[in-house]
Design a protein around this ligand. Sequence first.
Ligand SMILES: [Fe+2]
Ligand SMILES: [Fe+2]
Length: 447
Amino acid sequence: MAQVILIESNKTLNDLISINLTTYLGVDLIHRHNAVDTINLLSILPTVDLIVTNQAVRNEPTAQLIENYIIANKLNTNLIVLGSNAKSFDNVLHISDPKNWEQVVKITAKILGINDSVIARRILPDYVPIPVRYFLNLDNVNCDVFIRIKKSPTEYQYIKRIHNGDNFSKDSIHRYIQQGLDDLYIPKDAKNNFATYLSNQLVNKMENPHLEINQKIQIMGESYDIAVREVLKLGFTSETIQLTEVIIQNMVKNFEKSPEMSGLLHKLINSDTGLLFQRSHMNSVVASEMVKNLKIKDDKAFEKIAYASFFHDIFLTDDEFLSKINSNEELEQAALPDKEWDKVFNHALDAANLLRKHPEAPTGSDEIIKNHHGASNGNGFSNSIDTLPMLSKIFIIAHNFVLELIRFKELGGEPKPITDELFKRYPGPEMFLLIKSLENTLKKKNF
Ligand SMILES: [Fe+2]
Ligand SMILES: [Fe+2]
């Protein structure tokens, strides 16, 4: 690391030069006050590469004294003198404007052999990627937005595409998506404000009272994808809490407002939204319908179920196939690598532990998640569910049904009489009543 001594009595200039030399050029910077203490240091540290100094400090001809010392001791040290009109020669450079710190940075880079592209890379702010599709939910942005282009195998260039505050068209975003672009970039410093802005926009859209149910499902689905990914990345922040909360409350509202379950399920399964969102929402609808039919006395039941539905498979977000595994046999048949096997085996417990950190989640929703594959400890799968709490059992039945519904939609063929299978899988008188309550609803609405 290059060593540079800086003698600059103007505090602001000193800060500017210091930060630029250390941050962008990565030098080891040593501060001195005058020629005397600089020369004292040089006598024990003669390998200093460069000294940047005011021409004079108070009455001391600082630059001249240092130059004399360098020459007398035949040092290789370079000297930049600020505020001097003298002619530059050999290792001594004079900059007449005492405040031209940019020139100092440039000349320093040159002396130390740091080329421009290194500086350009360092001077640029850091960028963070934002998935392109996030922008489909916005009409304008609160920061500059860039695309990243590969300049060479090791270098990227960022080109500004949207200016802070500008409106942009959805078409332009669709074009990026069609071109296979995954991310747009924003300056790192803008990240937090952008997250708040995006979250507020989504919440406003979802809370628009004039939305028709299909539009609402659409925007909920898009918000769900964003919320889940952000929770996985950042955990619970004020934005992700707000966003998840609004989606979940809307899941409950959609259920309460729908005159019949089947209509809502059809709308969900036929919507242009992600599978995990569809399943989560359908799960909350079916389980809530069962709670209603069974006349379970729990004011918070719908909410608990909606929270559990939203988060139960969050750790399998990126792998639809894994999220469809629903028994020990299916897990073994999948012949997964160890890492994925562990992921599936632990996903219920992991999600339950995560939900406990959500300050708005009603107590008990974590337990439903932990039990959603039948295991009381959240590990693996079990069919012995008699001792689980009521809401967990209801959730398990709803979850089985929704999975079957999706399987039928995707694979077609004869619809399996799902309740017959459930009676076999979960025998016992209490489970019989639970499954019966689902069956009655289905019969009525001809599923
Ligand atoms: Fe699931
Ligand atoms: Fe699951």
